[in-house]
Design a protein around this ligand. Structure first.
Ligand SMILES: [Zn+2]
Length: 182
């Protein structure tokens, strides 16, 4: 099976078309991995070799769990409906979540900017709120378990503010949610 394995290993310098990626574990196209009995191993392989695809797949899988029974879960524990996000956090405590930025109306013409996800990077939210207030010269406060609201329309500058202050956060892990309705 050496040749098969070689073919499926990502080669340096080659751009793998996302849609044609094959799994090195079960040798199927990635989208079929979840039907493979060793899906857990597929995921491990993916995580190592194609982390981007792994992320996508895991997210897809989480979405599907609402309808199907979680047959790919390692432990078959009863799951609550709608608890997607929580399940993920519980299973992988250490893995940073995406940070999200969004804008929400405040009054007639004003906006606030909401940022979530910082605490998964082990950032102290109060310090972060203080930093944002200085940086943008406006009010900023911790408004939830992992949410900061900045009293101003600063979303366009917020990505830079975050990556400058915390270089360990890459732009890729910051998601711009656009405008929120309140
Ligand atoms: Zn596979």
């Amino acid at each position: 099976m050496a040749s098969l394995e070689q073919r499926n290993k990502p080669q340096p310098g080659v751009n793998y078309p996302m849609t044609l990626a094959y799994c090195g574990e079960c040798s199927m196209p990635l989208e079929y991995c979840e039907y493979h009995p060793n899906y857990q191993k597929c995921k491990q392989w993916l995580e190592k070799n194609l982390p981007d695809e792994f992320d996508k797949l895991v997210k897809l899988g989480d979405d599907r769990k609402d309808d199907a029974d979680g047959n790919t879960e390692e432990e078959k524990k009863p799951q609550k409906r709608g608890g997607r996000g929580n399940i993920k956090t519980k299973n992988k405590k250490k893995e940073p979540q995406n940070i999200t930025l969004s804008r929400a109306p405040r009054g007639k013409k004003k906006f606030v900017t909401v940022i979530t996800g910082l605490s998964s990077f082990e950032i102290d939210l109060k310090d972060a709120a203080k930093y944002f207030s200085h940086r943008f010269s406006c009010g900023s406060s911790v408004t939830g378990e992992d949410e900061i609201v900045i009293q101003g329309d600063v979303k366009d500058d917020l990505m830079d503010a975050v990556t400058e202050k915390w270089p360990e956060i890459s732009e890729d892990s910051i998601e711009d949610l656009g405008d929120l309705k309140r």
